[in-house]
Design a protein around this ligand. Structure first.
Ligand SMILES: Cc1cc2nc3c(=O)[nH]c(=O)nc-3n(C[C@H](O)[C@H](O)[C@H](O)COP(=O)(O)O)c2cc1C
Length: 284
């Protein structure tokens, strides 16, 4: 029906992705990160130069991937691994008992971390955005979803691909670009929840190449969210929402799609209270 990708050149995305591989550098400096709309416009203007630009993107990405900064970003956030598994179960049980607001909600998230087979013994210094503690490994997106679920008194569900992404960050970046170029829809594992049973979906994902990760397209393809409220939360390293909210609204025309918060990966920890407050302020 609806599933139409916005054609978009990846000029800016390449630039931003260079920033993304540099952890939260863009957010920290606050410079040279054009607003999403400007990015799209610029990308469209330069469509004719795409081949040349892609080469430039790849160069930028490769250079950025060699940088130490993603590891710094990961290091900064190491201590922030969430108690998601515990918290969503507990919160959901409490919501069921009390009929608390949010018990008809579900926090659905996609993260590179849960969709990657990392080698044994990997630590948070080895790959950007991984959070590890005694409870396990989690990405920026999973952390945000866990806080949302706690505050909303609901459960979480992770979007999981059948095939894992490469453990190497740069390989994943390149694969994701290829998937986007091809309009590829990765095969997903079966949902752990009956998504259609919930009235409110908190949809949380990382900005990938200025867009939804392709597995999130797969998820939206698989579900008709008509009549539901979809609250969109994005984690990123400079691109913020890009046009993801508009894209989801196009793909799910029967849903009320609301802009939640965009959170810089390296600043997730600092945003916990804002995220929780948004959920409190916007529960229906
Ligand atoms: C394949 C890929 C593409 C990315 N593209 C962008 C991008 O275009 N803009 C941006 O700001 N960040 C980009 N990032 C950075 C992620 O959005 C950011 O690190 C996010 O916090 C990761 O969340 P996660 O740990 O839950 O996977 C990209 C990361 C990956 C792996």
């Amino acid at each position: 029906m609806k599933k139409k990708l916005l054609p978009m050149s990846m000029v800016l995305v390449g630039l931003v992705l260079g920033l993304s591989a540099c952890g939260n550098k863009a957010a920290t400096t606050g410079q040279d990160t054009p607003a999403p709309q400007e990015n799209v416009a610029e990308a469209q203007e330069t469509e004719a130069q795409e081949t040349e630009t892609v080469q430039e993107e790849e160069k930028t990405t490769a250079e950025a991937a060699e940088s130490e900064e993603p590891e710094q970003a990961a290091q900064e956030s190491t201590e922030q691994e969430s108690a998601a598994a515990d918290s969503d179960t507990t919160a959901a049980a409490a919501a069921e008992e009390t009929g608390a607001p949010g018990s008809d909600a579900l926090a659905v998230y996609f993260s590179r971390v849960g969709n990657t087979d990392f080698p044994e013994g990997i630590d948070a210094d080895s790959s950007a955005s991984i959070r590890i503690d005694d409870k396990g490994m989690m990405g920026n997106t999973g952390q945000i979803a866990a806080w949302i679920a706690e505050e909303a008194g609901c459960e979480t569900m992770e979007i999981l691909t059948e095939d894992a992404y490469p453990a190497d960050y740069n390989e994943t970046v390149n694969q994701a670009k290829q998937e986007q170029n091809d309009g590829f829809r990765p095969l997903l594992k079966a949902d752990e929840k009956a998504v259609e049973d919930y009235d409110t979906i908190y949809l949380v994902f990382p900005n990938w190449w200025g867009d939804l990760p392709m597995p999130v397209y797969s998820f939206l393809d698989a579900h008709d969210l008509t009549g539901k409220t979809v609250n969109v939360f994005v984690t990123h390293e400079g691109s913020r929402f890009s046009n993801t909210v508009g894209t989801i609204a196009e793909l799910e025309p029967g849903a009320e799609v609301r802009e939640g918060l965009s959170v810089t990966g390296g600043s997730v920890t600092d945003e916990e209270q804002n995220i929780r407050q948004w959920v409190i302020d916007n529960q229906k």
